[in-house]
Design a binder for this molecule. Structure first.
Ligand code: ROI
Length: 163
């Protein structure tokens, strides 16, 4: 059994509804149990500023799935939310589900890089992660507490509880 952390983000359509819906879908993934969920946060866009503000959250799951099977399941959820994969790496998105951490693993493949490459620079990932597991240490040996202490919150604020 592996403990994995998933980042959820949305800034198109109805972000709150999309994230609440995605949490329900994650709860339904076979061989995967949702064990913790952060609050739902408002965040300022990272990247181009001519896009709507985001809503972000982080989920903790316990899973028997391999990292790539978990990614497949998350991409099916993104696709069912109407996510269109195009050349919009820094553009707005209906629903983004990223594997942030997969146990202690470091993965470097074409499809999947874990820990997520942006983890340490993203207040909208670090702060929700800290909310659910303040004692977390990354595979690099860095603590989530230290990273949160040193990051600008950039206006990040709690919108509501997710459960
Ligand atoms: N900015 C915020 N605030 N939240 C996100 O989830 C997010 N996702 C992205 C980019 C475009 C980098 N910016 C983001 O993919």
């Amino acid at each position: 059994m592996i403990t994995a952390y998933i980042g959820l983000g949305s800034n198109l359509g109805n972000p709150e509804e999309q994230i609440r819906d995605a949490v329900k879908q994650i709860e339904k993934i076979d061989d995967c149990a949702l064990t913790a969920i952060s609050s739902l946060y408002f965040s300022k866009p990272m990247g181009p500023q001519d896009q709507p503000d985001y809503m972000n959250a982080v989920a903790e799951v316990q899973t028997e799935l391999s990292a790539i099977k978990l990614l497949d399941a998350l991409q099916r959820i993104e696709n069912s939310a109407g996510r269109v994969r195009k050349d919009n790496r820094w553009g707005p998105r209906v629903l983004d589900l990223d594997i942030l951490l997969y146990g202690e693993s470091t993965i470097n493949t074409e499809r999947l890089i874990v820990p997520h490459y942006g983890l340490k620079e993203r207040e909208f990932v670090l702060i929700p992660l800290y909310e659910i597991i303040p004692s977390l240490i990354l595979p690099s040996g860095e603590s989530i507490a230290m990273l949160c202490n040193n990051i600008d919150a950039n206006g990040l604020k709690i919108h509501s509880k997710l459960r």
